[in-house]
Design a protein. Sequence first.
Length: 274
Amino acid sequence: MTQTAPSPDQVVAQRYRDPAPATPAEWNPVLQVLHEHRSVRRYLPEPLPEGVLELLISAAQSAPTSSNLQVWSVVAVRDPQRRARLAALAGDQEQIRQAPLLLVWTADLARLRGLAAARGVPLDGADYLESSYVAFLDAALAAQNALVAAESLGLGTVYIGAIRNNPEQVAAELELPSGVFAVVGLVVGRPDPAEDARVKPRLPQAAVLHEETYTPARLADIDDYEQRIAQFYAEQDLAHSWIDRVLARLGSAKALKGRDRLRESLAARGFPLY
Ligand SMILES: Cc1cc2nc3c(=O)[nH]c(=O)nc-3n(C[C@H](O)[C@H](O)[C@H](O)COP(=O)(O)O)c2cc1C
């Protein structure tokens, strides 16, 4: 049986679980891919087709980059044993073992430091928080472009923030030099259809969009969302409250699962953050 593609109204409705969405003013295949994003956590083991990695990277390099500094790099990990070791360091997440590719996006100040050293000129600005911030932002923008490219090809993805749980061991595993820090992982592979990953609803636009000036969140908007996402969680057999989840996620330093040490790890890895 062939499935008919959902209409733009249905796609936007699905993003908010809104039974009465506004009809989108415009539509195209890019908007379709963006709105249909969902994280995939079960994968088939098959390798990616030839040339896909290179396409993901050229999409990533097409992202804007602050002052064209291009202060990021990515490590493509295909070796199953290395992926298994990284999974153990990143919250033991099975999807890292299952999928054929893990992309580790890094903030990379080492390349420019090397250029400065070769010329014998200072690069003091690289030691400031601003430059680390730029590198993290550049890496994230590149990663997100690769994610959208992968999803446009029908592949599944999931970010791995847990790659920052044990930064020193991850750096050793990937042989990262000082000045290169793993920002986030991205698992890429063919989704296992048995998972039935669904689009996770987002907060209503009224909660995130402020016209001209900022207005504090209205509890009614959050309550409304709490009910819509409860439906999604119930379908996935998960605990039902978004509010409980987000408050627990940031409730204590321990809940950060090692990432409460990030400042210290960054300093040790050549990111002094002045
Ligand atoms: C920076 C970042 C780090 C993430 N880290 C993880 C992770 O370690 N494991 C995981 O299963 N999902 C991870 N995710 C996926 C989020 O949980 C997911 O995007 C969020 O719940 C929204 O669901 P959706 O992507 O299906 O819309 C991460 C997402 C981002 C943006």
